[in-house]
Unconditional design. Sequence first.
Length: 425
Amino acid sequence: MTGRPGGQEITLRQLVALAALALALAVAATVIVVRVTGSSPDDDRVAAAGPTASKRQTPIGAVYAYTTEREFVLVRGESPPVRVSRVFDLSDSAKNDVVWTHDGRWVTLLSDAALLDQPDSVQLITLNAQTGEVRRRPCPNCDDLAPVGDHDVIALRWDNDARETRAVRYDAGDPADHGTQIPPASDSDGTWQNLLLGGTRTHLLTGEYVMSGGEPGMELRLHELKGTAGTGITASYTRFDSNAYMPTALATIDGRERIAVGVRQNPGECATSFPIVLLDLNGEVHGTDQSAAMPPGYIPAVTGGIEVHDLWWGPDQHLYATISSWTCDNSADSEDVKRRVHRPSTLWRLDGERWAAAGTQPATVARQLDRSTTMILTIPDCIGPTDRADAGTYCNSGTLSREHDGKRTKIADGVLGLSAPPSDR
């Protein structure tokens, strides 16, 4: 305590009594913080005083989350934000997964132990989107997450003894649930692929980069989930000419599973393609028309290119993407220096089979909270030569803004990622 009144004499008996009272208050405060956060107050904290901070019920529609290099932040309307200390990777977005359950009531992420070379100590972190309560449970060797069911997540876990990948299902709302192992379906070669690309309430999309048996690329499988501990029929798709960084969007709309995937072709080169395709449950693949998003004079794999930064289903049941484009100056020496920006990353919407511009202001990630409010993350595109000394930070983090009725208000700088509850909850 720092505010002891001056000019007042204190007896020894009073001093002892005050010390006892202070100790009792300190113990009570510690109990309150641990109950609110489910962890050490140094790791997870509600940015407000008082034990009632996490008890406020926040409407799901007013909730979103963002990440920086050092923390995860859950924003719940007018309630104080919840901050979880966690190191996020500036250069590898695949290590920064934040996953919302399909009912929108829980947001989950893995701790940073694997980034710190302690994979056996990885924890599954769950936050209640309405109260802000934080819980942790062991998830050793887990390195990927996807939502399934209403309030469950599946984690991929490497089994050192068996030398294979295992899938474990957790109830995000039950801190006592330490996971149920799900065996792979017999028609999927009896093994799990090593990447989770997303999930609906009833299906799980996995992938793996394969270099044998033809041209290297990504092989994707869609697994039907049976109950909480089983898998049914698996659909396999033709190998995609892409690396492992494939943006995906999965939702259940009008009772149908809707699955979209971005195919990253020729990464690192100036002349690149990035088709967005729709996947059926039976293994069929359907293309979309991106011609409106292409740069002038674009010829696939010859000149010009595009980048699909993010992909998601909106509350209006349309598929959205953020896309940037460039032309190529072949007089330059290296592939990245050849790029000349044509259009920075902006918002696009799939209307039928064609992509149409849905905004003109820069946007790398966007999530609509209600009819008039959208959260926008804008990260520099860094198309072409970049001579900044801090290029690693500058090109991978940006400004988070709230757009209300067309006007943007800055919320935070140095933001790596943005997420919100799913639109099909």
